[in-house]
Design a protein. Sequence first.
Length: 137
Amino acid sequence: MVDSTRKVCLITGGTSGIGAAAALEIARRGMTVVIVGRSVRRCMKQLNKIRWSVPGAHVDFLIGDLSSQKEVRRLAAEFLARHPRLDVLVNNAGAYFKRREVSVDGIEMNLALNHMEGVPWRKNRGGFFDRTQERQN
């Protein structure tokens, strides 16, 4: 059962580096942490690290490709199905592609992953945050 009074933080790129450190520290502060990553193995490793460091921590993960707008919308729907709301969004995922690559949506990969992945989470009217606000009212 999800604790509906606990603040919920979603962190993209939370399996390594700054994202992993942020996930651990946010869990220490008592928030539910939801990590978004591409690898089940890496997400599980980070969840276990957090649970070992913070006994009783509320941690979850979602798997998906953040360079795909369809995947980000799917992740948002999956998040909404599992959690009562989103209080904090940390858009940490990113990469630098030296050679030109194009996402499944036809968007240059640096732009798709580093800038566009956050759009579905941040949409205003009828978007993700509006739906989490509706649940609180």
